[in-house]
Design a protein. Structure first.
Length: 169
């Protein structure tokens, strides 16, 4: 298993050129679901980063079969030590009991060398499957966390960027 996933952000032209410059990598380009002009390039190769402004995620655990050409969700949680233990147990239970319908894989990550910043990366068939699971389950973010004024979470959703037929020059 790879030890890291690396991402970078930028405009479509720059990320397309970066992807083309590294054909040996399976770099995946995504477009933010909520902001059509925001793009992300994801490298799941586990090799040294080729990005000038990389964001490193350390992989804590992984389950399932990756499907990088579909919808992906990033959910960031800021957890204290006790919350981390509870959250890790919930993720392990989810991994053991089987992934929800429409989910292909799940990663438990942390920002590089910052274990309190947890990120859950999921690969899905589509946004509807993710939304159904998120809204019908307390497995993901327990109610006691959501209701706490001291709890921080952020979610970001991406779909594969549409490939342009014309080349950038």
């Amino acid at each position: 298993m790879n030890e890291q996933i690396v991402i970078t952000f930028g405009n479509e032209k720059i990320l397309t050129e970066l992807k083309a410059a590294h054909p040996d990598r399976d770099l995946m380009m995504y477009q933010a679901l909520s902001q059509p002009g925001e793009f992300m390039l994801l490298d799941h190769s586990g090799k040294d980063s080729v990005f000038k402004a990389p964001v490193f995620y350390d992989i804590l655990s992984h389950s399932g079969e990756d499907k990088w050409d579909g919808f992906i969700s990033f959910s960031t949680l800021d957890l204290n030590f006790d919350q981390q233990k509870v959250f890790d147990a919930r993720i392990n239970k989810l991994r053991t009991n089987g992934l929800p319908d429409g989910m292909h894989s799940i990663y438990s990550l942390n920002y590089h060398k910052d274990i309190s910043q947890r990120i859950i990366l999921g690969t899905w068939d589509d946004y509807a499957d993710f939304e159904l699971w998120k809204n019908s389950s307390d497995e993901f973010i327990p109610k006691e966390y959501r209701d706490s004024p001291n709890f921080y979470s952020h979610e970001a959703y991406y779909t594969p960027a549409k490939t342009k037929k014309t080349q950038y020059t």
